[in-house]
Design a protein around this ligand. Sequence first.
Ligand code: COA
Length: 154
Amino acid sequence: MVKVRPMLMSDLDVVAEWLTEIPLWQRYNLTRSKAQATFEKAFRQQAVLLVADTSSEHACAVAWCIPDGAFGRSAYLRMLGVRTTQSGQGIGSVLMQEVEHIASQSSEELFLLVSDFNTGAQRFYQRRGFQHIGVIPRYILPDVDENIYWKRFG
Ligand SMILES: CC(C)(COP(=O)(O)OP(=O)(O)OC[C@H]1O[C@@H](n2cnc3c(N)ncnc32)[C@H](O)[C@@H]1OP(=O)(O)O)[C@@H](O)C(=O)NCCC(=O)NCCS
């Protein structure tokens, strides 16, 4: 069973530990200290921070959504991650459902970016009704384009 709940400061250590083991974020040079600092900032900014618990694993997935993070008017999903050992079991889908529910209360759309090489995540979002609407060339890393995905609610 998967339970989604607000992330607490006390989840930070465990989340930062597994997050930095994910190859995607290793490619973006995410270290434990950077992850800690980034999440501390997100807490201060009162972003939507959610984690998922399973019966065997505490805080094994995380979502970070900024309600007006896209163009100052639409919700932006800044991060979605599932611990590698737990991926492919539906946890990301459950978490995403809750993110969309929360985002839809204050925004008509949800935007997110996906690395060009991350075809698994692109499939995941497309299956959830997200459309690929553009590309930001070499936005974060010099050799990676960021795909813009977008979903309009309702
Ligand atoms: C993408 C991600 C959030 C999906 O969560 P999940 O719990 O594994 O997904 P679910 O079990 O609900 O759904 C499985 C689908 O996710 C996608 N997926 C992407 N990466 C995957 C992975 N490493 N393992 C399994 N499924 C993955 C696939 O589309 C898969 O569908 P398929 O069976 O048709 O291939 C998760 O795998 C993850 O954190 N990956 C690494 C970080 C990442 O890419 N985050 C998104 C950045 S924009």
